[in-house]
Ligand binder design. Structure first.
Ligand code: HEM
Length: 122
């Protein structure tokens, strides 16, 4: 049988919205990265909505994201390797808390890792 898309296996828009709320909650509680988010131009709600539409667009192909490109969103921040790993950790923790399976986490990790050059050290 053909495997459902990662978007569907993560619960579609509803599942992804819950996941983004958990991820942003983890970022604000994570000492390695919390000040980045506390000092962001975007409010906490805007961070949730921005990340939510970004992932919905990437995973469903329906272009609802109208925010900045990854490079433009992180330009000038000089994000470190350690911060990148901390953010990935927050995402995996949120996925585990939401009952997302290991296969889906591994697929997500691969996609996220591929974004590193557009985020770290720029
Ligand atoms: C794969 C990992 C990451 C993804 C997919 C990602 C994605 C995004 C996206 C899409 C936005 C823009 C949201 C919008 O335009 O509404 C954003 C903003 C932001 N990201 Fe990331 N990000 C990642 C990693 C990181 C890391 C490692 C940091 C540093 C700790 C970081 C810090 C921020 C901050 C502070 C903003 C808000 C900028 C502002 O409004 O001033 N991100 N991120």
């Amino acid at each position: 049988m053909e495997q459902a898309s990662l978007f569907d296996r993560l619960g579609g828009r509803e599942g992804l919205h819950e996941l983004m709320e958990k991820i942003v909650t983890n970022h604000f509680a994570n000492p390695t990265v919390c000040t980045r988010y506390e000092n962001a131009k975007a409010s906490r709600a805007e961070l949730v909505e921005g990340a939510f539409e970004f992932f919905c667009t990437g995973l469903s192909g329906v272009p609802t994201y109208t925010g900045l490109s990854l490079v433009d969103a992180h330009r000038g921040m000089n994000v470190s390797d350690q911060e990148f790993v901390a953010v990935i950790d927050d995402i995996l923790k949120a996925m585990t808390a939401q009952g997302v399976g290991e296969l889906e986490q591994a697929e997500a990790l691969k996609i996220l890792w591929g974004m590193k050059p557009e985020i770290v050290g720029i």
